[in-house]
Design a protein around this ligand. Structure first.
Ligand SMILES: C[S@@+](CC[C@H](N)C(=O)[O-])C[C@H]1O[C@@H](n2cnc3c(N)ncnc32)[C@H](O)[C@@H]1O
Length: 246
């Protein structure tokens, strides 16, 4: 498999600076995830397994993680061998992963925004639908359709577009500039889609009950940094939750 953009930045990505993963993404993901006990869960675009491990700690019947990046999966497996949680990891494009009607929950944290056009987004949604058992749930976080281009770094990252307009255009490629904990800069590309495009692709795949869920800040995050610190997140959240059922 050729090197992916995340293979090149894997070690920096896992040491990404900024408090949003711990204080925004984690509490938001947990509140959308609901009860996991005894269920089969697939974590799509699992990266180094940050959310896969959160799922595993909630005692599912089984959890597997899939990611395109060999380097990120290598890190995920190393962490699994240090602290065994029973997670299986696969280096694969989710579009090529073959399994059907298996999982009660499909997690996808910042995966859908890597579809390079609407056709690919549609294929991803269909594939996820097929992975799920009847009445299975998609629990996703993706780029917020309400996101505006950033002039400055906020919480250690900045997202800008190609068109340099005050708003992003459906399907526009975005560049996400970040810092790692050592202060070294890195970036990746992903794609912006409107809520209509996401909903069209999810519905065409067969999903029902599509809900947009604003990301929340943990109590610990508010206590640690104070409420004013989170103003930029409230004004221009990078991510948003989306859930749907089969
Ligand atoms: C922003 S990272 C998120 C990783 C992880 N979910 C997390 O939040 O820590 C996006 C991940 O999606 C993976 N990815 C993108 N397109 C994919 C595809 N078609 N199949 C599998 N993984 C994919 C990338 O390799 C990358 O690791």
């Amino acid at each position: 498999m050729p090197r992916t953009q995340y293979d090149k930045i894997a070690s920096q990505y896992v040491r990404m600076a900024g408090p949003t993963k711990e204080d925004v993404l984690k509490p938001s993901f947990l509140s959308m995830l609901g009860r996991v006990h005894g269920k089969k869960v697939i974590d799509l675009g699992c990266g180094s397994g940050y959310f896969t491990r959160i799922i595993a700690q909630a005692e599912p019947h089984k959890v597997i993680g899939i990611d395109l990046s060999r380097e990120l999966i290598k890190i995920a497996r190393k962490l699994e061998s240090r602290t065994r949680l029973g997670i299986e990891y696969y280096t694969q494009d989710i579009i090529r992963f073959e399994t059907k009607n298996q999982f009660q929950i499909a997690a996808a944290v910042y995966l859908l925004n890597y579809a390079k056009n609407e056709k690919v987004l549609s294929r991803m949604c269909k594939k996820i639908y097929d992975f799920l058992a009847n009445r299975g749930r998609l629990v996703a976080i993706t780029m917020n359709p309400g996101l505006k281009p950033m002039r400055h770094f906020e919480y250690g990252r900045k997202f800008t577009g190609q068109h340099h307009k005050p708003f992003f255009v459906d399907g526009e490629r975005l560049r996400g500039d970040h810092f790692d904990e050592a202060g070294k800069a890195f970036y990746f590309y992903c794609y912006y889609y409107s809520s209509q495009t996401y909903e069209r692709c999810l519905r065409a795949a067969g999903f029902k009950n599509i809900r947009w869920v604003p990301l929340r800040i943990s109590q610990a995050g508010v206590q640690k940094f104070g409420s004013a610190f989170w103003e930029k997140h409230r004004e221009n959240s990078v991510g948003i939750g989306v859930t749907a059922t089969k």
